[in-house]
Design a protein around this ligand. Structure first.
Ligand code: SAM
Length: 202
């Protein structure tokens, strides 16, 4: 699969199966890389379970010319899959050590189309907006309108919304007239998104 082609599910699944998840884990967790579970990545954060990453990418449907914003870089596992199927990824992580590690990993793997930032992703990346796709991999208390405003008309955003225990994974479709539709995909469980438009306002 060449980077940048329109994503078909079979191509996504083939790439997903070829991607060695252990590359995104610390030594002590590498043996568990192929267990379909979230795993610790330090700083009380987790890498999501593989099946959830596959399902979320399939719902977001990144395309060849897409500019994608990701909130919650974490290990860089989801970032890698987004980078494979889009033109450019702008990814934001609030914990600088995680940003540094993900950046090193993905650079070593040969990805040159990812831009990293440490900061509050609930504010988005206004200088680079609008985005064709936005993937949020931490749970928001409510829909952050700042992020919706950075979504291109016709664009898609996937975001877990709700309390700490369980959230609705919502697919936001921004219409040509600037209004948006919300579809609930399924129930999920993510760590909370912090920040100005997150759970913890710091
Ligand atoms: N997608 C990641 C992966 O594949 O490893 C897993 C993401 S983890 C479930 C959620 C991440 O969101 C954590 O690394 C956490 O530090 C980050 N996060 C939480 N609030 C944030 C915010 N306001 N801005 C940026 N990152 C945030």
């Amino acid at each position: 699969m060449k980077r940048g082609m329109i994503m078909k599910y079979e191509e996504l699944e083939a790439f997903f199966r070829s991607l060695d998840r252990s590359q995104f884990l610390e030594d002590e967790f590498r043996d568990y890389a192929y267990v379909d579970r979230p795993l610790p990545i330090g700083f009380e954060q987790t890498i999501s379970q593989p099946s959830l990453v596959l399902m979320m990418t399939a719902h977001l449907r990144p395309e060849k010319d897409n500019k994608v914003l990701e909130i919650g870089t974490g290990s860089g596992y989801q970032t890698c899959i987004l980078a494979e199927f889009s033109k450019e990824v702008f990814t934001i992580e609030r914990i600088s050590d995680l940003t540094v590690k993900a950046q090193e990993r993905l650079k070593k793997m040969g990805y040159g189309n990812i831009h990293f930032r440490t900061g509050d992703g609930s504010l988005g990346w206004p200088e680079e907006a609008p985005f064709d796709r936005i993937m949020v991999t931490a749970a928001a208390a409510s829909l952050p309108f700042e992020l919706i405003s950075q979504l291109k008309e016709g664009g898609l955003m996937l975001i877990p919304v709700g309390p700490q225990d369980f959230q609705e994974l919502q697919l936001i479709r921004k219409k040509k007239d600037g209004t948006f539709e919300v579809e609930t995909v399924e129930m999920v469980r993510f760590v909370e998104m912090k920040g100005k438009y997150g759970w913890n306002k710091k």
